[in-house]
Design a protein around this ligand. Structure first.
Ligand code: HEM
Length: 474
Protein backbone atom coordinates (compact mmCIF):
# COMPACT_ATOMS: atom_id res chain seq x y z
CA UNK A 1 0.00 0.00 0.00
CA UNK A 2 2.78 2.31 0.97
CA UNK A 3 4.63 1.40 -2.23
CA UNK A 4 1.48 1.98 -4.36
CA UNK A 5 0.98 5.45 -2.86
CA UNK A 6 4.62 6.26 -3.46
CA UNK A 7 4.37 5.11 -7.09
CA UNK A 8 1.25 7.21 -7.70
CA UNK A 9 2.96 10.16 -6.09
CA UNK A 10 5.99 9.76 -8.38
CA UNK A 11 3.81 9.33 -11.48
CA UNK A 12 1.75 12.39 -10.57
CA UNK A 13 4.99 14.29 -10.07
CA UNK A 14 6.27 13.17 -13.46
CA UNK A 15 3.02 14.21 -15.08
CA UNK A 16 3.20 17.66 -13.53
CA UNK A 17 6.83 18.02 -14.61
CA UNK A 18 6.05 17.03 -18.20
CA UNK A 19 3.11 19.48 -18.38
CA UNK A 20 5.35 22.21 -17.00
CA UNK A 21 8.10 21.31 -19.49
CA UNK A 22 5.65 21.39 -22.39
CA UNK A 23 4.45 24.81 -21.23
CA UNK A 24 8.00 26.04 -20.90
CA UNK A 25 8.82 24.74 -24.40
CA UNK A 26 5.79 26.48 -25.82
CA UNK A 27 6.67 29.67 -24.04
CA UNK A 28 10.17 29.44 -25.41
CA UNK A 29 8.83 28.93 -28.90
CA UNK A 30 6.67 32.04 -28.63
CA UNK A 31 8.21 34.97 -30.48
CA UNK A 32 9.22 37.95 -28.36
CA UNK A 33 6.43 39.98 -29.96
CA UNK A 34 3.69 37.51 -29.05
CA UNK A 35 1.94 40.35 -27.31
CA UNK A 36 1.89 42.25 -30.62
CA UNK A 37 3.23 45.46 -29.15
CA UNK A 38 2.65 48.15 -31.77
CA UNK A 39 5.55 50.10 -33.19
CA UNK A 40 3.83 52.73 -35.32
CA UNK A 41 3.75 56.07 -33.61
CA UNK A 42 0.26 57.46 -33.99
CA UNK A 43 1.04 60.46 -31.83
CA UNK A 44 3.03 62.72 -34.12
CA UNK A 45 4.32 64.82 -31.20
CA UNK A 46 5.76 61.88 -29.32
CA UNK A 47 9.03 60.68 -30.79
CA UNK A 48 9.93 58.47 -27.88
CA UNK A 49 8.23 55.32 -29.06
CA UNK A 50 7.66 53.75 -32.42
CA UNK A 51 8.27 55.39 -35.79
CA UNK A 52 6.41 57.73 -38.09
CA UNK A 53 4.77 56.59 -41.29
CA UNK A 54 6.78 57.88 -44.26
CA UNK A 55 10.00 58.14 -42.23
CA UNK A 56 13.29 57.01 -43.68
CA UNK A 57 13.71 54.09 -41.24
CA UNK A 58 10.11 53.01 -41.85
CA UNK A 59 10.72 53.05 -45.58
CA UNK A 60 13.77 50.76 -45.18
CA UNK A 61 11.72 48.33 -43.09
CA UNK A 62 8.94 48.20 -45.67
CA UNK A 63 11.50 47.66 -48.38
CA UNK A 64 12.97 44.68 -46.50
CA UNK A 65 9.55 43.23 -45.61
CA UNK A 66 8.43 43.54 -49.23
CA UNK A 67 11.46 42.12 -50.97
CA UNK A 68 13.09 39.54 -48.63
CA UNK A 69 12.66 35.82 -49.30
CA UNK A 70 10.99 33.62 -46.66
CA UNK A 71 14.43 32.25 -45.70
CA UNK A 72 15.94 35.69 -45.25
CA UNK A 73 13.02 36.86 -43.13
CA UNK A 74 13.55 33.86 -40.86
CA UNK A 75 17.19 34.84 -40.43
CA UNK A 76 16.25 38.39 -39.51
CA UNK A 77 13.30 37.88 -37.17
CA UNK A 78 11.68 35.04 -35.23
CA UNK A 79 10.25 32.35 -37.52
CA UNK A 80 6.64 33.08 -36.50
CA UNK A 81 6.46 36.73 -37.55
CA UNK A 82 8.71 35.86 -40.54
CA UNK A 83 6.15 33.32 -41.75
CA UNK A 84 3.23 35.71 -41.18
CA UNK A 85 4.96 38.60 -42.98
CA UNK A 86 5.83 36.44 -45.97
CA UNK A 87 2.41 34.80 -46.21
CA UNK A 88 0.56 38.10 -45.92
CA UNK A 89 2.73 39.60 -48.64
CA UNK A 90 2.46 36.81 -51.23
CA UNK A 91 -1.34 36.69 -51.17
CA UNK A 92 -3.86 33.90 -51.27
CA UNK A 93 -2.16 31.78 -53.95
CA UNK A 94 0.87 31.49 -51.63
CA UNK A 95 3.28 32.07 -54.52
CA UNK A 96 5.65 35.04 -54.55
CA UNK A 97 5.84 37.13 -57.72
CA UNK A 98 2.26 36.52 -58.88
CA UNK A 99 -0.60 38.89 -59.57
CA UNK A 100 -2.17 38.60 -56.11
CA UNK A 101 0.97 39.67 -54.21
CA UNK A 102 0.16 42.47 -51.77
CA UNK A 103 3.30 44.33 -50.72
CA UNK A 104 2.89 46.33 -47.50
CA UNK A 105 2.17 49.93 -48.35
CA UNK A 106 2.26 51.35 -44.87
CA UNK A 107 3.89 50.54 -41.55
CA UNK A 108 0.40 50.25 -40.14
CA UNK A 109 -0.29 47.30 -42.44
CA UNK A 110 2.93 45.62 -41.34
CA UNK A 111 2.20 46.39 -37.71
CA UNK A 112 -1.17 44.63 -38.07
CA UNK A 113 0.48 41.32 -39.03
CA UNK A 114 0.32 38.70 -36.29
CA UNK A 115 3.41 38.49 -34.04
CA UNK A 116 4.86 41.67 -35.55
CA UNK A 117 5.52 44.20 -32.84
CA UNK A 118 8.19 46.45 -31.50
CA UNK A 119 10.91 43.79 -31.28
CA UNK A 120 10.34 42.39 -34.78
CA UNK A 121 10.28 45.94 -36.09
CA UNK A 122 13.59 46.75 -34.35
CA UNK A 123 15.16 43.61 -35.83
CA UNK A 124 13.92 44.51 -39.32
CA UNK A 125 15.12 48.09 -38.89
CA UNK A 126 18.62 47.07 -37.80
CA UNK A 127 19.00 44.52 -40.59
CA UNK A 128 17.60 46.84 -43.29
CA UNK A 129 20.02 49.64 -42.38
CA UNK A 130 23.08 47.36 -42.27
CA UNK A 131 22.33 45.37 -45.42
CA UNK A 132 21.45 47.85 -48.13
CA UNK A 133 17.67 47.86 -47.81
CA UNK A 134 17.67 51.63 -47.42
CA UNK A 135 18.03 52.73 -51.03
CA UNK A 136 20.05 55.82 -51.72
CA UNK A 137 18.64 58.67 -53.82
CA UNK A 138 18.03 57.38 -57.33
CA UNK A 139 18.61 53.76 -56.35
CA UNK A 140 16.26 51.07 -57.64
CA UNK A 141 15.13 47.93 -55.80
CA UNK A 142 14.54 44.96 -58.05
CA UNK A 143 11.93 42.45 -56.96
CA UNK A 144 12.22 38.73 -57.75
CA UNK A 145 9.90 37.64 -60.57
CA UNK A 146 9.29 41.11 -62.02
CA UNK A 147 10.84 40.31 -65.42
CA UNK A 148 8.38 37.44 -65.88
CA UNK A 149 5.49 39.71 -64.89
CA UNK A 150 6.67 42.35 -67.35
CA UNK A 151 6.69 39.68 -70.07
CA UNK A 152 3.13 38.73 -69.12
CA UNK A 153 2.08 42.38 -69.42
CA UNK A 154 3.72 42.52 -72.86
CA UNK A 155 2.03 39.25 -73.93
CA UNK A 156 -1.38 40.56 -72.84
CA UNK A 157 -0.86 43.86 -74.70
CA UNK A 158 0.32 42.03 -77.82
CA UNK A 159 -2.72 39.76 -77.72
CA UNK A 160 -5.02 42.80 -77.60
CA UNK A 161 -3.23 44.52 -80.48
CA UNK A 162 -3.57 41.35 -82.58
CA UNK A 163 -7.26 40.91 -81.70
CA UNK A 164 -8.03 44.48 -82.74
CA UNK A 165 -5.93 44.10 -85.88
CA UNK A 166 -7.95 41.02 -86.83
CA UNK A 167 -11.23 42.93 -86.58
CA UNK A 168 -10.09 46.32 -87.95
CA UNK A 169 -7.35 45.32 -90.40
CA UNK A 170 -5.04 47.95 -88.87
CA UNK A 171 -2.83 47.69 -85.80
CA UNK A 172 -2.97 50.60 -83.36
CA UNK A 173 -1.22 51.36 -80.07
CA UNK A 174 -2.52 49.18 -77.24
CA UNK A 175 -2.68 52.25 -75.00
CA UNK A 176 -3.28 55.86 -76.12
CA UNK A 177 -4.50 54.90 -79.63
CA UNK A 178 -6.56 58.07 -80.10
CA UNK A 179 -4.48 61.05 -81.16
CA UNK A 180 -5.58 64.69 -80.94
CA UNK A 181 -2.71 65.61 -83.24
CA UNK A 182 1.05 65.54 -83.63
CA UNK A 183 2.59 68.99 -83.65
CA UNK A 184 5.98 70.44 -84.50
CA UNK A 185 7.68 72.01 -81.51
CA UNK A 186 10.99 73.39 -80.25
CA UNK A 187 12.56 72.74 -76.86
CA UNK A 188 14.77 75.56 -75.60
CA UNK A 189 16.85 74.28 -72.69
CA UNK A 190 17.32 76.70 -69.80
CA UNK A 191 19.48 74.96 -67.19
CA UNK A 192 19.96 77.90 -64.81
CA UNK A 193 17.87 76.29 -62.06
CA UNK A 194 20.09 73.17 -62.06
CA UNK A 195 23.30 72.69 -60.10
CA UNK A 196 26.50 72.23 -62.16
CA UNK A 197 26.39 68.43 -61.55
CA UNK A 198 22.80 68.31 -62.80
CA UNK A 199 23.66 70.04 -66.08
CA UNK A 200 24.06 66.82 -68.01
CA UNK A 201 22.53 64.93 -70.92
CA UNK A 202 19.89 67.03 -72.62
CA UNK A 203 20.33 69.72 -69.97
CA UNK A 204 24.11 70.05 -70.43
CA UNK A 205 23.88 73.34 -72.33
CA UNK A 206 21.21 75.87 -73.24
CA UNK A 207 20.62 74.55 -76.73
CA UNK A 208 17.44 74.54 -78.79
CA UNK A 209 16.14 71.25 -80.22
CA UNK A 210 13.38 70.47 -82.72
CA UNK A 211 10.70 68.11 -81.41
CA UNK A 212 7.45 66.34 -82.22
CA UNK A 213 4.64 66.21 -79.68
CA UNK A 214 1.71 63.77 -79.85
CA UNK A 215 -1.37 64.46 -77.71
CA UNK A 216 -3.65 61.50 -76.99
CA UNK A 217 -6.39 59.84 -74.94
CA UNK A 218 -5.23 56.92 -72.77
CA UNK A 219 -8.05 54.42 -73.19
CA UNK A 220 -7.34 51.36 -75.38
CA UNK A 221 -10.71 52.19 -77.01
CA UNK A 222 -11.07 55.04 -79.47
CA UNK A 223 -13.98 56.92 -77.95
CA UNK A 224 -15.55 60.40 -77.85
CA UNK A 225 -13.53 62.96 -75.92
CA UNK A 226 -16.16 63.62 -73.25
CA UNK A 227 -15.69 60.10 -71.90
CA UNK A 228 -13.64 60.30 -68.71
CA UNK A 229 -10.11 59.34 -69.63
CA UNK A 230 -6.40 59.83 -69.05
CA UNK A 231 -4.81 62.31 -71.49
CA UNK A 232 -1.26 61.96 -72.79
CA UNK A 233 1.50 64.21 -74.07
CA UNK A 234 4.42 62.41 -75.71
CA UNK A 235 7.47 64.49 -76.63
CA UNK A 236 10.14 63.38 -79.06
CA UNK A 237 13.18 65.64 -78.97
CA UNK A 238 15.39 65.33 -82.08
CA UNK A 239 19.04 66.03 -82.94
CA UNK A 240 20.10 64.68 -79.54
CA UNK A 241 23.61 63.33 -79.91
CA UNK A 242 25.14 60.49 -77.88
CA UNK A 243 24.53 56.75 -77.47
CA UNK A 244 21.02 55.85 -76.33
CA UNK A 245 20.11 53.22 -73.75
CA UNK A 246 18.45 50.60 -75.95
CA UNK A 247 20.96 48.62 -77.98
CA UNK A 248 18.89 48.70 -81.18
CA UNK A 249 18.25 52.46 -80.88
CA UNK A 250 21.81 53.27 -79.81
CA UNK A 251 22.52 55.52 -82.80
CA UNK A 252 19.12 57.22 -82.99
CA UNK A 253 19.07 60.95 -82.28
CA UNK A 254 15.82 61.04 -80.33
CA UNK A 255 15.06 61.50 -76.66
CA UNK A 256 11.44 60.86 -75.60
CA UNK A 257 9.40 62.09 -72.60
CA UNK A 258 5.99 60.53 -71.92
CA UNK A 259 3.58 62.41 -69.69
CA UNK A 260 -0.05 62.11 -68.58
CA UNK A 261 -2.42 64.65 -67.00
CA UNK A 262 -2.04 63.38 -63.41
CA UNK A 263 0.88 63.62 -61.02
CA UNK A 264 0.73 60.04 -59.67
CA UNK A 265 0.07 56.75 -61.45
CA UNK A 266 -2.83 54.48 -60.51
CA UNK A 267 -1.00 51.16 -60.69
CA UNK A 268 1.90 50.28 -58.44
CA UNK A 269 3.46 47.10 -59.85
CA UNK A 270 3.42 45.02 -63.04
CA UNK A 271 1.33 42.42 -61.16
CA UNK A 272 -1.24 45.14 -60.42
CA UNK A 273 -1.15 46.32 -64.03
CA UNK A 274 -2.05 42.78 -65.15
CA UNK A 275 -4.94 42.65 -62.71
CA UNK A 276 -6.15 46.13 -63.59
CA UNK A 277 -6.22 45.44 -67.34
CA UNK A 278 -7.97 42.11 -66.76
CA UNK A 279 -10.69 43.71 -64.63
CA UNK A 280 -11.01 46.63 -67.07
CA UNK A 281 -11.49 44.19 -69.96
CA UNK A 282 -14.07 42.25 -67.96
CA UNK A 283 -15.95 45.55 -67.65
CA UNK A 284 -15.40 45.97 -63.90
CA UNK A 285 -12.33 48.19 -63.44
CA UNK A 286 -13.61 49.35 -60.05
CA UNK A 287 -13.27 45.82 -58.65
CA UNK A 288 -9.50 46.20 -59.04
CA UNK A 289 -9.60 48.98 -56.45
CA UNK A 290 -12.45 47.83 -54.21
CA UNK A 291 -13.19 44.17 -53.52
CA UNK A 292 -15.22 42.35 -50.87
CA UNK A 293 -12.15 42.15 -48.66
CA UNK A 294 -11.28 45.64 -47.33
CA UNK A 295 -7.70 44.47 -46.72
CA UNK A 296 -7.34 44.35 -50.50
CA UNK A 297 -8.66 47.84 -51.22
CA UNK A 298 -6.38 50.05 -53.23
CA UNK A 299 -7.56 53.43 -52.11
CA UNK A 300 -4.58 55.53 -53.12
CA UNK A 301 -4.64 54.03 -56.61
CA UNK A 302 -8.38 54.72 -56.86
CA UNK A 303 -7.91 58.28 -55.65
CA UNK A 304 -5.15 58.82 -58.24
CA UNK A 305 -7.27 57.48 -61.09
CA UNK A 306 -10.35 59.47 -60.05
CA UNK A 307 -8.31 62.66 -59.77
CA UNK A 308 -7.06 62.16 -63.32
CA UNK A 309 -10.29 61.15 -65.00
CA UNK A 310 -12.18 63.74 -62.94
CA UNK A 311 -10.31 66.50 -64.76
CA UNK A 312 -12.14 67.91 -67.73
CA UNK A 313 -9.50 69.56 -69.89
CA UNK A 314 -11.04 71.79 -72.50
CA UNK A 315 -7.92 71.44 -74.63
CA UNK A 316 -4.79 69.28 -74.81
CA UNK A 317 -2.97 72.41 -73.64
CA UNK A 318 -3.13 71.45 -69.99
CA UNK A 319 -0.63 70.25 -67.35
CA UNK A 320 1.07 66.83 -67.63
CA UNK A 321 3.44 64.81 -65.41
CA UNK A 322 5.73 61.81 -65.93
CA UNK A 323 4.41 60.13 -62.72
CA UNK A 324 7.41 57.77 -62.88
CA UNK A 325 10.97 58.82 -61.97
CA UNK A 326 14.04 59.20 -64.16
CA UNK A 327 17.74 59.41 -63.41
CA UNK A 328 19.54 62.73 -63.69
CA UNK A 329 23.02 61.25 -63.89
CA UNK A 330 24.30 59.03 -61.09
CA UNK A 331 22.77 59.24 -57.63
CA UNK A 332 20.05 61.70 -58.63
CA UNK A 333 16.44 61.20 -59.72
CA UNK A 334 13.68 63.49 -60.94
CA UNK A 335 10.11 63.46 -62.18
CA UNK A 336 9.02 65.68 -65.07
CA UNK A 337 6.09 67.98 -65.67
CA UNK A 338 5.02 70.20 -68.58
CA UNK A 339 2.78 73.14 -67.67
CA UNK A 340 1.25 75.64 -70.10
CA UNK A 341 3.13 78.97 -69.86
CA UNK A 342 0.04 81.05 -69.19
CA UNK A 343 -3.35 80.38 -67.64
CA UNK A 344 -5.11 77.37 -69.09
CA UNK A 345 -8.83 76.76 -69.14
CA UNK A 346 -10.58 73.60 -68.07
CA UNK A 347 -14.19 72.39 -68.35
CA UNK A 348 -15.68 70.59 -71.28
CA UNK A 349 -17.59 72.62 -73.84
CA UNK A 350 -21.42 72.69 -73.55
CA UNK A 351 -21.94 70.66 -76.71
CA UNK A 352 -18.72 68.71 -77.00
CA UNK A 353 -18.02 67.23 -80.41
CA UNK A 354 -16.63 63.69 -80.52
CA UNK A 355 -13.13 65.09 -81.15
CA UNK A 356 -13.29 68.43 -79.37
CA UNK A 357 -9.75 68.01 -77.96
CA UNK A 358 -8.37 67.82 -81.49
CA UNK A 359 -10.57 70.71 -82.57
CA UNK A 360 -9.54 72.99 -79.71
CA UNK A 361 -5.85 72.27 -80.39
CA UNK A 362 -6.36 73.03 -84.08
CA UNK A 363 -8.20 76.27 -83.17
CA UNK A 364 -5.52 77.33 -80.68
CA UNK A 365 -2.72 76.82 -83.21
CA UNK A 366 -4.57 78.32 -86.19
CA UNK A 367 -3.27 81.81 -85.53
CA UNK A 368 -1.34 81.61 -82.24
CA UNK A 369 1.69 79.82 -80.83
CA UNK A 370 1.42 77.67 -77.71
CA UNK A 371 3.98 77.26 -74.97
CA UNK A 372 4.78 74.95 -72.04
CA UNK A 373 7.35 75.19 -69.24
CA UNK A 374 9.13 71.86 -68.95
CA UNK A 375 10.15 71.20 -65.33
CA UNK A 376 11.98 68.68 -63.15
CA UNK A 377 11.22 67.76 -59.54
CA UNK A 378 14.12 66.32 -57.55
CA UNK A 379 13.88 63.20 -55.43
CA UNK A 380 14.76 64.50 -51.98
CA UNK A 381 14.66 61.39 -49.82
CA UNK A 382 13.75 57.81 -50.60
CA UNK A 383 10.90 57.75 -48.07
CA UNK A 384 8.46 60.47 -49.21
CA UNK A 385 9.69 60.55 -52.82
CA UNK A 386 10.10 56.83 -53.56
CA UNK A 387 11.48 55.35 -56.77
CA UNK A 388 9.59 52.07 -56.72
CA UNK A 389 6.08 53.36 -56.02
CA UNK A 390 4.70 55.61 -58.74
CA UNK A 391 1.35 55.87 -56.96
CA UNK A 392 3.02 58.19 -54.44
CA UNK A 393 2.76 61.83 -55.39
CA UNK A 394 6.08 63.60 -54.74
CA UNK A 395 4.89 66.52 -52.69
CA UNK A 396 5.94 69.79 -54.31
CA UNK A 397 6.23 71.53 -50.94
CA UNK A 398 9.07 69.04 -50.19
CA UNK A 399 10.51 69.40 -53.65
CA UNK A 400 9.24 72.15 -55.97
CA UNK A 401 9.26 71.81 -59.75
CA UNK A 402 12.13 73.71 -61.41
CA UNK A 403 11.90 74.98 -64.94
CA UNK A 404 14.56 73.49 -67.25
CA UNK A 405 13.18 74.26 -70.70
CA UNK A 406 10.54 76.09 -72.70
CA UNK A 407 8.52 74.09 -75.21
CA UNK A 408 7.40 76.31 -78.09
CA UNK A 409 4.67 75.09 -80.42
CA UNK A 410 4.44 77.45 -83.37
CA UNK A 411 1.14 78.20 -85.07
CA UNK A 412 0.45 75.40 -87.57
CA UNK A 413 -2.08 73.02 -89.04
CA UNK A 414 -1.55 69.31 -88.56
CA UNK A 415 -4.46 67.59 -90.28
CA UNK A 416 -3.30 66.42 -93.69
CA UNK A 417 -3.65 62.65 -94.30
CA UNK A 418 0.17 62.37 -94.66
CA UNK A 419 0.64 64.19 -91.36
CA UNK A 420 -1.83 61.89 -89.61
CA UNK A 421 -0.21 58.76 -91.08
CA UNK A 422 3.20 59.98 -89.92
CA UNK A 423 1.80 60.60 -86.44
CA UNK A 424 0.22 57.14 -86.26
CA UNK A 425 3.52 55.59 -87.27
CA UNK A 426 5.64 57.28 -84.58
CA UNK A 427 6.71 55.31 -81.51
CA UNK A 428 7.30 57.06 -78.21
CA UNK A 429 9.13 55.09 -75.57
CA UNK A 430 10.55 56.27 -72.21
CA UNK A 431 13.56 54.06 -72.99
CA UNK A 432 14.40 56.09 -76.13
CA UNK A 433 16.81 58.08 -74.02
CA UNK A 434 20.31 59.11 -73.17
CA UNK A 435 21.65 57.03 -70.25
CA UNK A 436 21.79 60.18 -68.08
CA UNK A 437 17.95 60.23 -68.13
CA UNK A 438 17.43 56.48 -67.72
CA UNK A 439 13.91 55.51 -66.54
CA UNK A 440 13.74 54.24 -62.94
CA UNK A 441 11.39 52.07 -60.90
CA UNK A 442 9.40 48.92 -61.51
CA UNK A 443 6.71 50.48 -63.74
CA UNK A 444 9.39 51.90 -66.01
CA UNK A 445 11.28 48.60 -66.03
CA UNK A 446 8.04 46.94 -67.16
CA UNK A 447 7.67 49.51 -69.91
CA UNK A 448 11.13 48.56 -71.19
CA UNK A 449 9.78 45.12 -72.09
CA UNK A 450 6.38 46.32 -73.36
CA UNK A 451 6.81 49.42 -75.54
CA UNK A 452 9.40 48.16 -78.00
CA UNK A 453 7.55 44.90 -78.50
CA UNK A 454 4.18 46.57 -79.07
CA UNK A 455 5.62 49.18 -81.39
CA UNK A 456 7.39 46.48 -83.40
CA UNK A 457 4.28 44.35 -83.52
CA UNK A 458 2.01 47.09 -84.82
CA UNK A 459 4.59 48.17 -87.40
CA UNK A 460 5.04 44.58 -88.58
CA UNK A 461 1.28 44.00 -88.80
CA UNK A 462 0.88 47.27 -90.74
CA UNK A 463 3.82 46.38 -92.96
CA UNK A 464 5.50 49.67 -92.18
CA UNK A 465 8.99 49.36 -90.65
CA UNK A 466 9.46 51.63 -87.59
CA UNK A 467 11.84 54.55 -87.94
CA UNK A 468 12.78 57.51 -85.78
CA UNK A 469 12.30 60.99 -87.29
CA UNK A 470 15.34 63.24 -87.71
CA UNK A 471 13.58 66.51 -88.52
CA UNK A 472 10.22 68.21 -88.91
CA UNK A 473 9.97 66.84 -92.45
CA UNK A 474 8.00 63.65 -93.11
C1 HEM B 1 3.27 49.12 -66.73
C2 HEM B 1 2.82 50.29 -67.08
C3 HEM B 1 2.52 50.71 -68.49
C4 HEM B 1 2.28 49.96 -69.61
C5 HEM B 1 2.25 48.45 -69.71
C6 HEM B 1 2.05 50.87 -70.70
C7 HEM B 1 1.79 50.49 -72.01
C8 HEM B 1 1.75 51.34 -73.09
C9 HEM B 1 1.68 50.94 -74.47
C10 HEM B 1 1.65 49.49 -74.95
C11 HEM B 1 1.67 52.05 -75.24
C12 HEM B 1 1.65 52.12 -76.77
C13 HEM B 1 3.08 52.03 -77.29
C14 HEM B 1 3.17 52.00 -78.81
O1 HEM B 1 2.42 51.26 -79.45
O2 HEM B 1 4.05 52.69 -79.39
C15 HEM B 1 1.70 53.16 -74.34
C16 HEM B 1 1.65 54.46 -74.72
C17 HEM B 1 1.71 55.52 -73.86
N1 HEM B 1 1.90 55.47 -72.49
FE1 HEM B 1 2.07 53.82 -71.37
N2 HEM B 1 2.15 52.15 -70.24
C18 HEM B 1 2.44 52.09 -68.89
C19 HEM B 1 2.66 53.14 -68.04
C20 HEM B 1 2.59 54.44 -68.42
C21 HEM B 1 2.85 55.54 -67.54
C22 HEM B 1 3.27 55.46 -66.07
C23 HEM B 1 2.68 56.66 -68.26
C24 HEM B 1 2.85 58.04 -67.70
C25 HEM B 1 3.40 59.03 -68.27
C26 HEM B 1 2.32 56.28 -69.63
C27 HEM B 1 2.08 57.13 -70.68
C28 HEM B 1 1.90 56.75 -72.00
C29 HEM B 1 1.69 57.68 -73.09
C30 HEM B 1 1.61 59.20 -73.00
C31 HEM B 1 1.57 56.91 -74.26
C32 HEM B 1 1.30 57.41 -75.68
C33 HEM B 1 2.59 57.53 -76.47
C34 HEM B 1 2.28 57.98 -77.87
O3 HEM B 1 1.72 59.08 -78.03
O4 HEM B 1 2.61 57.24 -78.82
N3 HEM B 1 2.29 54.92 -69.68
N4 HEM B 1 1.75 52.72 -73.04
Amino acid sequence: MKFKTLLMFVMFGLLLTSVACAQAEEEEALPPDAEDSAFVNTNAKDDSQGVQEGSWEGFCVLNLANSASAELLKEVVHSWPAKQIFETRIGRDKIAGTADDRPFETLKELDAVRYVGFITFSQLKRYAAANGFCPAIGEETLVAGEQRLAEQVAERSAQLVIEKFESEGFARRDAHPKSHGCVKAHIDIDNRALSPEERIGLFASNQSYPAWIRFSNGSPLIQVDNQRDVRGMAIKVMEVEGDKVLERHRDEQTQDFLLINGSAFFVKTPADYLQFTKKALDGSPVSFFLSLDPREWRLRELYNLLSIVGKKPSSPITQYWSTTPYALGEGRAVKYSARPCGEFASGWPKNPGADFLHDSLADALRSDDACFNFMVQRQVHAGGTPIEDSTVNWDDTDSPFLKVATIRIPSQSFDSPEHEAFCEDLSFNPWHTLPEHRPLGNINRTRRVVYDLISDLRHTLNDSPPSEPRSHAF
